[in-house]
Design a protein around this ligand. Structure first.
Ligand code: SAM
Length: 191
């Protein structure tokens, strides 16, 4: 069951609505593999999930998680930075998931960076099909997190209304440092 009290719950709620069997999706920050696994469930046997991470450790955990679920063939594991997404993904995508920051339980200095994050978002937006979404979970409690969030807002505000939409979620009764979620969608009839 989806837990609406958590950002990950909201992310999965959106993905569940949008990603269907046979679709292609990108997990831009594979980490411990939870989002890759969720996407693999959604895309089914005929779909594909491209999972990026710059840490071998993260991709190994992710691959193992998919193996245990019998879904390893549904994913491609890419040890490279997500702003190079166009070098690896040559087909349109239905969704991309960004869960920024550092690997939970890992090295906290290996972290997403504002400029590469925004480039990766822009590249994923190019690949996004009409009706598709990009989910972006942003953590502002660490150094650089707030700058990353502002750069994402700046990018989002430049998306023309006729082409796409951006929704921001935040918990108003939790500390300001609690993660925020952005949903960047491409309109179904944007041409
Ligand atoms: N979504 C993951 C999950 O379900 O467990 C959690 C992701 S974790 C918060 C962030 C991940 O982003 C880390 O594993 C980190 O190595 C990765 N990362 C940092 N910079 C990156 C980059 N430029 N390209 C791809 N991954 C990156």
């Amino acid at each position: 069951m989806i837990d609406l009290e958590k950002i990950t719950g909201l992310v999965h709620l959106y993905l569940q609505e949008v990603v269907q069997a046979g679709d292609v999706a990108v997990d831009a920050t594979a980490g411990n593999g939870n989002d890759t696994l969720f996407l693999a469930h959604r895309v089914g046997e005929k779909g594909k999930v491209y999972a990026f991470d710059i840490q071998e450790q993260a991709l190994k955990i992710t691959e193992q998680k998919l193996k245990e679920a019998g879904m390893v063939k549904r994913a491609v594991f890419i040890l490279d930075s997500h702003e190079k997404v166009l070098e690896y993904v040559k087909v349109p995508i239905k969704a991309a998931v960004f869960n920024l920051g550092y690997l939970p339980g890992g090295n906290k200095s290996i972290i997403t960076k504002p400029s590469t994050t925004v480039t990766a978002l822009a590249e994923c937006y190019k690949l996004l099909l009409p009706g598709g979404i990009i989910t972006v979970t942003v953590y502002v409690g660490h150094a650089g997190g707030e700058e990353e969030r502002l750069r994402i807002e700046e990018f989002s505000q430049k998306i023309p209304d006729r082409e796409g939409y951006v929704i921001k979620h935040e918990f108003l009764n939790r500390p300001q440092t609690y993660p925020k979620l952005y949903i960047i969608g491409k309109r179904r009839n944007c041409g």
